[in-house]
Design a binder for this molecule. Structure first.
Ligand code: ATP
Length: 251
């Protein structure tokens, strides 16, 4: 009995379960039968060179792109059959699509709060909390387009977390900012993970790969390695994730 409870618990802890997930565009296979699990509260780094298939895989996991084959369960919902439920339980932030530059900080929070189904009261209290936490009091009525990139990214992450999702998917969230601002961004990720949110993040910065609990490395649509940064370094007999990445992703 104890064993079954324990096995059950281990099973429950996988908040993302991916089985042979595949995406073909015509005759080109962008994601080639990938399988892996992500545990609740984990910071999972999803790495790969440009064009490896990361964004395509994320789009399937957040329920906006139908897989050609395979399946995935995200926050207990099937990405093929229950895509709308998946969307309600996750947050998403990408470098390319985040906030509206021509809306103010406050307007962006109100807008996305509405999209995520928060009540006016919830939006009001969340936005007060968020503006305070990010020290945005001075600029809450400024257009987001006028903010430095690092501020925009922190705000975009907080907005993706407005509805307290179980998992947040971050596609290159820190592109183009300096190491200190990236470090501050990662402190936000650690805090969210500590509070139980699962973080699924892609990055091209190998120092960030070192901060992840586990890392997968995708090469030409396939996952070629998956483990903790320390285990990967041991496996490839190197000192840094940068060297692991170069050995694997760059051939
Ligand atoms: N809608 C599409 N139609 C055809 N090919 C596509 C489509 N979307 C992506 N691809 C191709 O699939 C491959 C994987 O693209 P994807 O954007 O998933 O890679 P990525 O690992 O996220 O790369 P990057 O780090 O540059 O964002 C690329 O060769 C891309 O050109």
């Amino acid at each position: 009995m104890f064993l079954w409870n324990w096995l059950d618990k281990m099973e429950q802890e996988n908040i993302i379960q991916v089985q042979n997930l595949t995406k073909k565009f015509g005759s080109f296979t962008a994601v080639n039968s990938i399988s892996f699990n992500v545990k609740k509260g984990e910071i999972f780094g999803f790495l790969g060179a440009n064009g490896a298939g990361k964004t395509t895989a994320i789009k399937m996991l957040i329920g906006i792109l139908a897989p050609t084959e395979g399946d995935a369960i995200v926050a207990n919902f099937n990405v093929c059959r229950e895509a709308e439920e998946v969307k309600k339980h996750i947050g998403y932030m990408s470098q390319k699509f985040a906030l509206y530059d021509d809306l103010t900080v406050q307007e962006n929070i109100t807008f996305f709060g509405g999209i995520y189904g928060l009540t006016r009261k919830q939006i009001h209290s969340k936005s007060q909390q968020l503006v305070k936490e990010l020290s945005l009091q001075e600029v809450s009525n400024s257009l987001v387009g006028s903010l430095p990139l690092g501020w925009k990214q922190k705000l975009a992450f907080s907005v993706a977390m407005l509805h307290s999702p179980e998992i947040v998917f971050l596609d290159e969230p820190t592109g183009g900012v300096d190491p200190i601002t990236r470090r501050q961004f990662w402190e936000m990720l650690y805090k969210a993970a500590h509070e139980g949110t699962t973080i699924f993040v892609t990055t091209h910065y190998m120092d960030e790969a070192e901060y992840c609990d586990r890392v997968s490395i995708m090469v030409d649509g396939k996952i070629e390695a998956l483990d903790t940064p320390n285990e990967l370094k041991k496996q490839f007999v190197v000192e840094s994730m940068n060297e692991v990445f170069l050995k694997l992703a760059r051939g």
